[in-house]
Design a protein around this ligand. Structure first.
Ligand code: SF4
Ligand code: SF4
Length: 472
């Protein structure tokens, strides 16, 4: 399960989002944009890079992505140009965005980390054995200044030297982005920066979490949403929030307070996606009852994409049900002419309804945090209201919850289930399907489920504790 750490990278992203959101709410965005990076990174001292000017230049590239712009289309635009064109940039289907590209690599931010290379650390004691040198098949190790040295041009990355050293003094350096991708979807551009292979990538967000330099960002709708809710418009704007919202604003903030907070922030209405989860569990249980074939769950878009891109033989087994987000949004739009904003922990959701016909905008919990702050909403301090959705619907938030909800709907009918908890064991699990018969496969691309998604704000243990208290 994901170990959430509130690190400097996340703090910088939050600070930037809050500044952007405040400027939007105060109708100051156009004026503030050209100097925003200086406001966020003041002074003359660089904190993370060679110079403060480089840091601000990288921050400006981030700001453009946070405004919903595509990196390739906007990388050469100066901030004053961005400010001049801000109205057009914030249009729903702006020409500056790219509807299908969720993950954006900021080349200027990438440190071009070494990959699959071995290094000798200061732990080397220049022992008598020199087993590292003896074992190397390419004679890449010499002893210089009483220390082993690896010739990186000769090294083939076999790792025999690291295993031979009794002091563990040789370490392997891997690229955090490449290493995090279970689907080997990250290769290299000729200049060494990473390249995401679209035909393999499922937008799980692991690389976005893993890059310590924040060089991989995700497209954002937050500023577009704020721009939309502060304008008078005949069409209402409705927020729908994922079950994993539980605990996102701390263990003491109730789901009812978050729901009420959304209305205070300016949404016309707010609904629980747990209601959509109940609809989906009902549909999937009926489908299983009437079918002899394996059914794979529909709620995780990265899992559905994984089957479409990596396990094509099972495309026919994907549940015919909509995801809970789509099921609920469709129902709301049948009854009301409105725009819908989905709020969740997921980056892959930004790609689920790619043409934004059913769900108009997708924001993460982190974006919601910035939205609340900019609107002066403190969920902990506002009145609690009731919320809807069954215990089973809310339990879609963590691994095992979807399968359990379907089993509970079947009321006693025995079914065999297999669960994919994270992409790590995906291949093994799918090969198991060739030899064993299962009725239901629950799939979650994030290990632990949605409470561990890339857009969360708290440690998943907090979310789990709050979910346990949901009314049965
Ligand atoms: S981990 Fe980040 S900084 Fe390192 S190569 Fe990958 S994208 Fe670049
Ligand atoms: S989003 Fe996931 S699948 Fe895509 S490149 Fe990153 S780690 Fe790989």
């Amino acid at each position: 399960m994901r170990n959430f750490i509130l690190n400097e990278k996340i703090k910088l992203r939050r600070k930037t989002l809050i500044e952007l959101a405040r400027a939007t709410i105060n109708n100051n965005l156009k004026k503030e944009l050209p100097k925003l990076s200086k406001k966020i990174l003041p002074g003359n001292e660089a904190k993370y890079r060679e110079s403060i000017y480089q840091e601000r230049e990288i921050l400006n590239q981030r700001i453009k992505i946070y405004l919903g712009m595509d990196y390739e289309k906007s990388k050469d635009m100066e901030m004053y140009e961005v400010a001049e064109n801000i109205d057009e940039i914030l249009e729903k289907n702006s020409k500056y965005s790219n509807s299908s590209k969720i993950l954006q690599i900021i080349e200027e931010a990438c440190d071009v980390c070494p990959s699959n290379k071995y290094y000798v650390t200061d732990l080397c004691r220049n022992c008598i054995e020199h087993s590292c040198k003896s074992v190397c098949p390419k004679n890449a190790i010499t002893i210089e200044n009483s220390k082993a040295k690896i010739d990186l041009d000769k090294c083939i990355g076999c790792g025999l030297c690291a295993r031979a050293c009794s002091y563990y003094s040789i370490v392997k350096l891997e690229r955090p982005c490449e290493n995090s991708c279970e689907l080997k979807a990250i290769t290299k551009n000729p200049n060494g920066t990473p390249k995401i292979e679209e035909e393999k990538c499922v937008n799980c967000g692991s690389c976005y979490i893993a890059c310590p330099f924040g060089a991989i960002e995700s497209k954002l709708d937050l500023i577009k949403v704020l721009n939309r809710i502060k304008k008078d418009n005949k069409r209402s704007v409705i927020a729908i929030f994922a079950p994993s919202v539980a605990g996102q604003f701390g263990p003491k903030v109730t789901i009812g307070q978050i729901k009420n907070g959304l209305k205070r922030a300016g949404f016309n209405k707010a609904y629980e996606v747990a209601l959509g989860a109940d609809m989906v569990a009902e549909e999937e249980s009926e489908y299983i009852e009437n079918s002899n074939e394996l059914v794979t769950t529909s709620c995780c878009p990265a899992f559905v994409d994984y089957i479409k891109k990596h396990q094509k033989d099972y495309i026919k087994n994907i549940s015919p049900s909509d995801s809970p987000m789509i099921a609920l949004a469709k129902k709301i739009k049948e009854e009301e002419d409105c725009e819908i904003v989905f709020i969740g922990p997921c980056i892959a959701k930004k790609n689920e309804d790619i043409n934004r016909e059913i769900v108009d905008y997708v924001i993460t919990f982190e974006e919601l945090g910035a939205l609340f702050i900019s609107c002066g909403v403190e969920p902990a301090e506002i009145e609690d209201v009731d919320y809807e959705g069954s215990f089973d619907g809310w339990n879609f938030a963590h691994s095992g919850g979807v399968a359990q909800a379907v089993i509970n709907k079947l009321e006693g009918k025995e079914i065999s289930c297999i669960k994919m908890d994270g992409l790590k064991e995906s291949k093994e699990l799918f090969s198991k399907l060739k030899n064993e018969k299962f009725d239901l496969m629950e799939g979650m691309a994030c290990e632990g489920g949605c409470i561990c998604g890339p857009g969360i704000m708290v440690n998943p243990n907090v979310a789990n504790a709050v979910l346990k208290k949901i009314k049965k």
